[in-house]
Design a protein around this ligand. Structure first.
Ligand SMILES: Cc1cc2nc3c(=O)[nH]c(=O)nc-3n(C[C@H](O)[C@H](O)[C@H](O)COP(=O)(O)OP(=O)(O)OC[C@H]3O[C@@H](n4cnc5c(N)ncnc54)[C@H](O)[C@@H]3O)c2cc1C
Length: 463
């Protein structure tokens, strides 16, 4: 596709995370040639963690032409095992081959760095249309004059200073702590309150050589399965990544450490003994697994979300990814939705024929994306509530529901539920944007206030 305004439109993106890199790449592939990505960090800061690559994500990565960069790292998941934390009893075993049959792509998992790297390689190959600026933090926005203030880490610009850069479109892809969102809200006298979920997560990786002595754990590494152990207020999910060379473990539990010592940072090196204590009532298999972690390699993330925003758009500025729909990881859709935002923005901006329509086009983007992304934020939170139940009677009912999954019952672990999967995986956001752009644009141009409804579900029939 060649966008009519491709040669002229100047696009500034705050943040080279999942959504920023995906937006830059998708825009370049659609013919835009002035895309500048400003990243506050000095590099991409590859985090040691796994990530689930659901069909709706791999579909877009293939469309962006970057799947080949991560294909070797990705591992196809053929089944998912949900287990009781204390006894290791398997409550449900869901076979996943239907995922490829039904949605055209299998369910995969990979190293987070492989995904970031794939998007980065795509952006590098799109030079000179895409320019990445590292150590460049967005510190201010002039909404009326369409320009952003950038503070370069390596120069002498002092606190509160920075140089200004003009842009026709400004995209806030700067994550859950978004500065762009903060400026947007303050224009309306609103405070930017990230919501504390009271949960945090350990991210752990075990190398193959650490498992060699343990046949049971080694078999799990060699399997094509995810393993989820659930218990009151906590769960652990584990799966093999990096071509079965690494066993990735991710947990969720009540936030004790960040709450005790509030810091500006939401990630920290954690103490192994504290982690072992947190899961001391889990079964011996899990405890053996956690014991293998190298002391210095326990990383903890505080899990924060944000209240749904009234709008994602202010003038020619739009938010995407965690900046506007930060989510709990329990549905494994945060990065997928962030990347969907980026590719839909590229479709919408590619339709522009007149600079004066930028704002309306961004409202079309918001309409196409907001309801779907916010619905999945709710589903992730609901899944967490079901997985972390504390009341014994409610737990027993949930576990019985898990046992009934093989007879066609709904799955309390929502990422494994067929109805949720149909909604999440069976949706091609680019096809949807192509189909609906003209109509939504016309209504927006006529000033019609649209209910933020995504075409792919109605709340009455939603899971
Ligand atoms: C424990 C955990 C597990 C997860 N597991 C999964 C999973 O399995 N599957 C999945 O799909 N999602 C998962 N997620 C969610 C996923 O990581 C996020 O939703 C995704 O990274 C959001 O992408 P983003 O581009 O919006 O933000 P980010 O990827 O956070 O990128 C934001 C970027 O903006 C930069 N930045 C910040 N401020 C500025 C500024 N002022 N100027 C310039 N740059 C700035 C940051 O340095 C960063 O590089 C998980 C999250 C957590 C916490």
């Amino acid at each position: 596709m060649t966008a009519p305004l491709g040669p002229t439109l100047r696009i500034a993106i705050a943040g080279a995370g999942m959504s920023g890199l995906a937006a830059a790449l998708a825009l370049a592939r659609n013919g835009f040639s002035h895309i500048h990505v400003y990243e506050a960090a000095n590099d991409l800061g590859f985090v040691g963690a796994g990530i689930q690559i659901a069909p709706n994500l791999s579909r877009q990565l293939q469309r962006l032409g970057v799947w080949e960069y991560m294909a070797e790292d990705a591992v196809e998941m053929k089944e998912a095992s949900v287990r009781a934390c204390a006894t290791d009893e398997e409550l449900a075993n869901v076979k996943l081959p239907h995922v490829a049959e039904r949605y055209g792509q299998p369910h995969r998992v990979a190293h987070r760095a492989a995904l970031t790297n794939a998007l980065y390689e795509g952006c590098k190959a799109a030079a000179p249309s895409v320019t990445l600026h590292f150590g460049a933090a967005i510190v201010g926005i002039d909404f009326a004059n369409h320009c952003i203030q950038i503070r370069q880490r390596d120069n002498t610009e002092g606190e509160g200073e920075g140089h200004w850069v003009d842009a026709d479109v400004i995209l806030g892809a700067d994550g859950v702590k978004s500065v762009v969102r903060k400026h947007m809200l303050s224009r309306h006298g609103e405070r930017d309150d990230a919501q504390d979920t009271g949960q945090s997560a350990y991210r752990i990786m075990l190398r193959r050589d650490q498992l060699l002595h343990d046949p049971e754990l080694l078999a799990m590494l060699d399997s094509n399965s995810t393993f989820r152990w659930i218990g009151a207020r906590r769960h652990i999910i584990a799966y093999p990544i990096s071509g079965h060379k690494i066993f990735n473990i991710s947990t969720a539990h009540p936030d004790v450490n960040f709450a005790a010592e509030p810091t500006a940072s939401w990630t920290t090196r954690a103490d192994k003994s504290t982690m072992l204590k947190m899961y001391s009532d889990f079964c011996p298999l899990v405890r053996r697994m956690l014991e293998l972690v190298t002391e210095s390699e326990v990383c903890e993330w505080k899990l924060r979300v944000h209240h749904p925003l009234k709008t994602w758009v202010e003038g020619n500025v739009a938010l995407l990814g965690d900046a506007c729909h930060a989510t709990l990881p329990h549905l494994a859709q945060g990065a997928s939705q962030a990347i969907e935002d980026g590719v839909v923005l590229a479709v919408v901006l590619s339709k522009l024929t007149d600079m004066s329509d930028i704002h309306t086009s961004l409202l079309v983007y918001e309409h196409l994306r907001k309801a779907r992304a916010e619905f999945l934020v709710e589903q992730a939170a609901a899944s967490g509530r079901d997985l972390h139940l504390t009341d014994p009677a409610a737990q027993a009912a949930r576990d019985e529901a898990f046992r009934q999954v093989k007879h066609g019952g709904p799955n309390p672990d929502k990422w494994l539920d067929r109805t949720v999967q149909d909604f999440v995986y069976g949706f091609d956001c680019v096809d949807d944007a192509e189909k609906r752009y003209e109509e939504v644009f016309r209504l927006r141009s006529d000033g019609v206030q649209l209910e933020g409804q995504s075409a792919c579900f109605s709340r009455d029939s939603s899971p």
